[in-house]
Design a binder for this molecule. Structure first.
Ligand SMILES: *[C@@H]1O[C@H](CO)[C@@H](O)[C@H](O)[C@H]1NC(C)=O
Ligand SMILES: *[C@@H]1O[C@H](CO)[C@@H](O)[C@H](O)[C@H]1NC(C)=O
Ligand SMILES: *[C@@H]1O[C@H](CO)[C@@H](O)[C@H](O)[C@H]1NC(C)=O
Ligand SMILES: *[C@@H]1O[C@H](CO)[C@@H](O)[C@H](O)[C@H]1NC(C)=O
Ligand SMILES: CC(=O)N[C@H]1CO[C@H](CO)[C@@H](O)[C@@H]1O
Ligand SMILES: CC(=O)N[C@H]1CO[C@H](CO)[C@@H](O)[C@@H]1O
Length: 381
């Protein structure tokens, strides 16, 4: 395959299937319109009083059936209003600081509030109530949801949408105010979504002291994980992979994720995931991506800063830093709490060279020349 062709054919499928010297000749049913890569950087966000929003789901990213995402910037004081949704949410703060509160089910009203900075992850189970606010410099976060059809703005149930459509008498009775208060203070049929309020003056400790209304109790398992600060699973001259999953972040049973650094020219080894799909977001740098979902059905493309890619569960894929002098950083989000992975050299390394040679219709000498010890992040030669 020709890398020059690849980089010129931005986000289009550029490969052709070479005739193989084996019995089955692949027809190369390659689509000209990639479905597993999205030029998300070119999608303009929508602006609201409290921040900006854009989403990625099967409507604009057709291949991403299992995971959808949103990129949300909260201005200082901007609020993602009190809401919940029927999907799991796994999110990571990319810059700035925001304060988030999550409410669990339980008679003692378990809830927790944290300030989240760069590289901090929150995890919300389906329908746990939550709200997020931008602090002094605001914040930007990437959120993933384990349903490719989901869209936060139109599918979440929140405070404004509910109380602005509930009968005012019912809302008044439920909240201990008068019906007149409800009609005076809540416009009918209004979704605030990302409204803007004052920047919180209270520190996290002051906030907690002020709002912990009895019988509020702590949550059993925290919903916060400081991913940027963990010891990497993989750390080589080619880069590192930091993983948040149910083993080190116990609440996160349905989704996990990773923060990946690519050294210039480094390859995220050819691999696949037995247990989950993968949704990819390029924080910065330029990354080539390739995947195969069936014999002869594959895509290759280039993901620039802010673009997204997707690898369905079990699909064979790789990512490579296209730059010879700049690092790249990528966020991965998975739709299962347990991170699972098989690198191709591990598999090949567990059979004899004869079996590999037979599989490839080639010589044993070639199979013996492969390096089964290459790491998950392979440095540039
Ligand atoms: C939430 O998801 C469950 C299971 O997927 C479904 O049965 C239910 O109808 C959904 N609820 C809403 C409000 O969409
Ligand atoms: C915050 O991150 C987003 C997404 O990576 C990026 O578009 C934005 O420029 C960043 N903002 C700052 C102030 O670094
Ligand atoms: C790319 O992003 C990483 C992680 O956010 C950051 O540490 C690095 O400075 C960024 N590189 C550039 C060139 O902006
Ligand atoms: C990196 O690539 C650029 C442009 O593609 C080239 O000008 C430069 O010489 C290369 N640097 C190295 C160290 O190969
Ligand atoms: C240093 C290095 O290996 N750079 C490589 C980065 O990736 C592109 C695309 O594969 C190559 O052309 C560079 O040689
Ligand atoms: C390199 C190699 O082993 N090629 C073989 C592939 O299979 C064909 C037909 O089965 C053989 O003729 C080649 O020698």
């Amino acid at each position: 395959m020709n890398w020059l062709t690849l980089s010129l054919s931005f986000l289009t499928t550029s490969g052709v299937t070479e005739p193989l010297s084996s019995v089955l000749h692949l027809q190369g049913s390659v689509s000209n319109s990639p479905i597993y890569m999205q030029q998300w950087s070119k999608v303009e966000p929508l602006t609201y009083p409290g921040g900006t929003y854009k989403y990625s789901n099967v409507e604009n990213f057709p291949g991403a059936a299992g995971i959808s995402a949103a990129l949300i910037t909260l201005f200082p004081g901007g609020v993602r209003e009190l809401h919940w949704h029927n999907t799991t949410e796994w999110a990571i703060v990319l810059n700035g600081t925001c304060r988030a509160t999550v409410m669990e089910s339980g008679k003692k009203r378990p809830a927790e509030t944290w300030d989240f900075g760069f590289g901090d992850v929150w995890y919300f189970r389906p329908n746990e109530g939550h709200t997020i606010q931008g602090l002094r410099d605001g914040c930007t976060y990437l959120a993933g949801y384990d349903d490719g059809m989901f869209e936060d703005r139109t599918r979440s149930i929140g405070l404004s949408a509910w109380l602005s459509t509930a009968p005012p008498g019912v809302a008044a009775q439920g909240l201990g105010v008068t019906e007149g208060d409800i009609t005076r203070h809540i416009s009918r049929n209004e979704l605030t979504f990302l409204p803007r309020g004052p920047v919180p003056a209270a520190s996290l400790e002051e906030f907690r002291a002020r709002i912990g209304r009895p019988p509020q109790q702590p949550v059993l398992q925290t919903h916060r994980f400081q991913l940027a600060q963990v010891t990497p699973e993989v750390d080589t001259p080619g880069g590192y992979i930091k993983v948040a999953q149910v083993e080190n972040f116990p609440v996160s049973e349905e989704m996990s994720g990773a923060f990946v650094r690519f050294a210039p020219g480094a390859l995220r080894q050819l691999h696949w995931h037995p247990g989950h799909a993968e949704w990819q977001y390029v924080i910065n740098g330029t990354v080539a991506a390739g995947l195969i979902t069936e014999p002869g059905v594959y895509e290759e493309g280039v993901l620039e800063q802010g673009d997204a890619g997707y690898a369905p569960r079990g699909s064979a894929h790789w990512l490579k830093n296209m730059s010879n002098d700049t690092e790249a950083f990528v966020i991965l989000m998975f739709d299962d709490g347990l991170f699972t992975n098989i690198d191709l050299p591990w598999f090949i390394g567990n059979v004899d060279p004869e079996t590999t040679a037979t599989s490839l219709n080639t010589s044993v000498a070639f199979a013996e020349a492969m390096n089964y010890a290459l790491p998950t992040m392979v440095p540039a030669e």
